[in-house]
Ligand binder design. Structure first.
Ligand code: NOJ
Ligand code: CA
Length: 512
């Protein structure tokens, strides 16, 4: 099960929301060729891998998380050949690409769903979860009903236009005949269809998948035993045909996802992780006001870490297309310390496009493609000071989402030229991580203090590095550090006698 991939051990991911990254044909929407053209920018930053948000045919009711055809790149982004070129150009640069796999639901416009809505039985009748009568709702799931010839209501997985694919029920309720067991013909066919999609793109040259809502597939599965078994079966298929395929889950429970065969799991910004106590609340821990708390985050992290026996493969993102930009609550100096943290934690770090330059959350936007409050974090990448911030040469009103219109909006070109910029610091921190195995994905972590400063030790067989981060405005002292200061971000740090003094707004790495 999940044989380790060495590239993943040192991977630093860059998440790309394709519609907003770089537009090469002046239609106002980013495209695959645009990503290929910007690979050198990503590589130069130090990132070694890409997570590409869904780029397949879709009615775009949920920005592409409503897939209409898993096998075809959405024309607005280009062609399948363009995507294959992206894989090839990434590989030339020793980079890897994960596609976003959405196994839990499709768009209502998917051919499977259209067939499934028909009254007459066909091979897609059981591809989705349908009750036997339009008047019966699938309990606890929300549904689509009243639009099919078929008499039934169909369970949904997220928005009400995203019908749930049928992988079966772990414990079908005997009173609900429509709940099929996992090994019934329909659920098994869905599973094989999923394998076919994976096979198609792995053959085309992708390196694996970030899996959307990976824990949601099997229903009536409180302990996730069915879903874990399903992923184990998929991992066996991959090990047989594509042993190098990487799997990273949006699940947030590494004790389940890693057992299911995922290489790494994401720390989620919702649920019990307390991740946003650090970054996105009224008093974030990383604010220099120093009124936040990392305590509950550390406790939750530790609990997960222990549950998986110290396999710290929990990926922490700087942000993503579902949450506010870091810059909504923190300034560039504060964000430098955030990156000192993110880039010294176990698991692969994920940098959301534009977070490396501190792109802002664009306030008060009307929802675009099911973004709602998330829309402000999905605005076009700011490349330079030129027209449309260098994102596109289309007329401004044609841009997919309006740009941050502030005069001092950050841009990549200026920050690349300024050694004091956030981006330059992120680049140095990445290079520092890449030189020190203790700081990488598989090094162990021991938290030593969870107040101000936050102190933890990262270790591997050859090295021990203590990380001390003091986001507050006040100097802090840590005793018993010893060793030498390897690197510092922010203001000042000094070892005097047996103590390390860390000025406010400073992070320091000490070799023990
Ligand atoms: C999680 C994705 O990140 C989000 O953008 C999407 O809306 C839901 N899953 C549904 O697929
Ligand atoms: Ca375009």
């Amino acid at each position: 099960m999940n044989n380790q991939l060495t590239w993943l051990d040192k991977a630093i991911f860059y998440e790309i929301y394709p519609q907003s990254f770089y537009d090469t044909n002046a239609d106002g929407i980013g495209d695959i060729n645009g990503i290929t053209q910007k690979l050198d920018y990503i590589r130069e930053l130090g990132c070694t891998a890409i997570w590409l948000n869904p780029c397949f045919r879709s009615p775009f009711g949920d920005a592409g998380y409503d897939v209409e055809d898993y096998y075809t790149v959405a024309p607005r982004y280009g062609t399948n050949e363009d995507l294959v070129t992206l894989f090839r150009e990434a590989h030339k640069r020793d980079m890897h690409v994960l596609l976003d796999l959405v196994p839990g639901h499709t768009a209502v416009t998917h051919r499977w769903f259209k067939e499934s809505m028909k009254a007459e039985k066909n091979v897609y009748t059981d591809r989705y979860i349908w009750t036997d009568s339009v008047w019966e709702e699938p309990r606890g799931m929300g549904c689509i009903r009243g639009i099919s010839e078929r008499d039934g209501s169909c369970a949904v997985n997220f928005f009400s236009h995203q019908p749930s694919l049928n992988y079966g029920f772990y414990r079908p309720d005997p009173d609900c005949k429509w709940q099929q067991p996992m090994d019934a013909e329909g659920p098994l066919a869905t599973r094989e269809a999923l394998k076919d999609i994976m096979r198609f793109w792995l053959k085309a040259g992708c390196d694996g998948f970030r899996v959307d809502m990976a824990g949601s597939l099997v229903k009536n599965d409180e302990e996730s035993k069915g879903t874990i078994a399903l992923w184990q079966d998929i991992r066996r298929f991959l090990d047989g045909e594509f042993p190098g395929a990487a799997l990273v889950s949006e699940w947030g429970e590494p004790d389940k996802s890693l057992v299911g065969g995922f290489h790494m799991d994401f720390l989620l910004h919702f649920g019990p992780s307390h991740y946003n106590d650090l970054l996105r609340c009224d008093e974030p821990y990383f604010s220099r006001r120093g009124r936040g708390s990392a305590r509950e985050f550390v406790a939750a992290y530790r609990e997960n870490y222990e549950k998986v026996g110290g396999r710290g493969l929990i990926c922490i993102p700087s942000g993503n297309h579902d949450m506010d930009r870091l810059a909504r609550r923190l300034d560039p100096a504060e964000m430098k310390l955030v990156f000192a943290f993110l880039l010294s934690m176990p698991g692969a770090p994920f940098i959301y496009y534009g977070d490396e330059i501190g792109m802002r959350y664009v306030e008060n936007l009307v929802s675009v493609e099911g973004g709602y409050g998330r829309t402000g974090s999905r605005s076009p990448m700011q490349w330079n000071k030129g027209l449309n911030a260098g994102f596109s040469s289309a007329p401004e009103e044609k841009l997919y989402i309006p740009l941050d219109d502030s005069e001092d909006r950050p841009n990549a070109e200026s920050q690349c030229a300024d050694i004091c910029s956030l981006r330059s610091e992120v680049k140095r921190l990445i290079a520092f991580r890449q030189k020190h195995p203790a700081l990488q994905s598989r090094g162990s972590i021991t938290f030593l203090q969870d107040g101000y400063p936050l102190v933890y030790e990262r270790a591997c067989a050859s090295q021990r590095i203590r990380v001390v981060i003091n986001p507050s405005g006040e100097e802090a002292a840590v005793s018993d550090t010893g060793g030498t200061i390897l690197y510092k971000v922010g203001n000042a740090a000094e070892i005097k006698g047996d103590s390390l003094y860390v000025a406010g707004g400073t992070a320091v790495f000490v070799e023990a």
